[in-house]
Design a protein around this ligand. Structure first.
Ligand SMILES: [Zn+2]
Ligand SMILES: [Zn+2]
Length: 252
C-alpha cells in the first residue's frame, strides 16, 4: 500500500468550527473565555461550549449554572466579535422519558444540543456496559444489551432535535447500521472525535453507506486541545470517506 503523506492533508485542510468543548462548568480545565481565545488562535470561525448534561452524576452541569453560562457568552460575543460563540450542552442519552437528561422546557436555553452516551447516569445500563468494556467478558450480556443500547440512542435521535451524535458507539455495543440510518433520517451529524476512538475506521466505513454528514470534534477538556482535528482527518481518509461530507473542514 502506498504510504500516505499526512502533512499534505494537514496543509490542505483546516477546521472551521469546533462544536464540542468542555469547561470548568463540568469537568473541563479551561474557562469559557480561555476556550474562545484558543479557538480564535486556531483560526476557527465558531465554537460551542457543550458541557455535560445535568443528569451526569459527577460531571453534569448544575442546572442553575446554565443561565450564568448564557450571560458569560453574551458578554464574550461582544468582546470577541471575530468568532461565533454558542451555548450548547452534551446531553446524556438515557433509557427513560424523552431519552435525554433534559426536560422539554430546559432545551430552549441552548443554541443547539449535542448528545452522547456516557457512564455515570442513572438510567442507561451503565453498569453492564462498563463491565463489558473493562473486563474480559466482552459480550457478557449478549445481544440484548446491544439492542437496548441501540434502541435508546435511536429513540433519543427521533424524539429530540440533536445536532451532533457525539462519539457514536463509544462505551458500549451499538448497531452502527441502525444508528447511521437514524442519523440520516433526522439529519444528525455523526461525530469523528479526536479524543475518543469512535467512530472507528470500521464504523465510518459502515456508516458512510447512509446519507449522513460528519463533523470532527476535539471534545477538548483542556484549553490546548480546542480545535484539534488532524486525527479525525486521518481516520476519515483511512475509511475512504469523501472528505466533502465533513461539515467543518475546508480546503485552504
Ligand atoms: Zn462525551
Ligand atoms: Zn464531551
Amino acid at each position: 500500500m502506498k504510504k500516505i503523506n499526512w502533512n499534505e492533508y494537514f496543509d490542505n485542510y483546516k477546521m472551521t468550527f469546533d462544536y464540542h468543548t468542555h469547561t470548568i462548568f463540568s469537568h473541563g480545565k479551561g474557562t469559557i473565555e480561555e476556550n474562545v481565545k484558543k479557538a480564535i488562535e486556531q483560526g476557527l470561525k465558531a465554537i460551542a461550549i457543550s458541557d455535560h448534561g445535568p443528569g451526569h452524576l459527577t460531571y453534569g452541569v448544575k442546572r442553575s449554572d446554565f443561565p450564568l453560562m448564557r450571560k458569560e457568552i453574551k458578554e464574550l460575543r461582544i468582546k470577541y466579535p471575530e468568532i461565533d460563540i454558542y451555548l450548547s450542552v452534551e446531553a446524556n442519552i438515557i433509557s427513560k422519558g424523552n431519552h435525554l437528561d433534559l426536560k422539554e422546557k430546559e432545551k430552549e436555553q441552548f443554541d443547539f444540543i449535542i448528545a452522547g452516551y456516557h457512564y455515570g447516569i442513572l438510567n442507561g445500563y451503565c453498569m453492564q456496559n462498563w463491565i463489558e468494556r473493562h473486563t474480559n467478558q466482552k459480550e457478557l450480556f449478549g445481544k440484548k444489551l446491544m439492542l437496548k443500547n441501540t434502541d435508546m440512542t435511536v429513540k433519543a435521535l427521533y424524539e429530540n432535535k440533536i445536532k451532533i451524535l457525539t462519539h457514536p458507539c463509544d462505551k458500549g455495543r451499538f448497531d452502527i447500521e441502525a444508528i447511521s440510518k437514524a442519523c440520516e433520517e433526522t439529519g444528525t451529524w455523526m461525530e469523528i472525535s479526536t479524543w475518543h476512538d469512535n467512530l472507528t475506521v470500521e464504523e465510518i466505513k459502515a456508516s458512510q453507506k447512509y446519507d449522513v454528514k460528519y463533523v470532527i470534534s476535539s471534545d477538548a477538556h483542556t484549553v490546548n486541545r480546542v480545535g484539534s482535528y488532524r486525527g479525525g482527518i486521518k481516520r476519515a481518509v483511512k475509511a475512504g470517506l469523501d472528505l466533502s461530507r465533513i461539515v467543518n473542514i475546508e480546503r485552504v
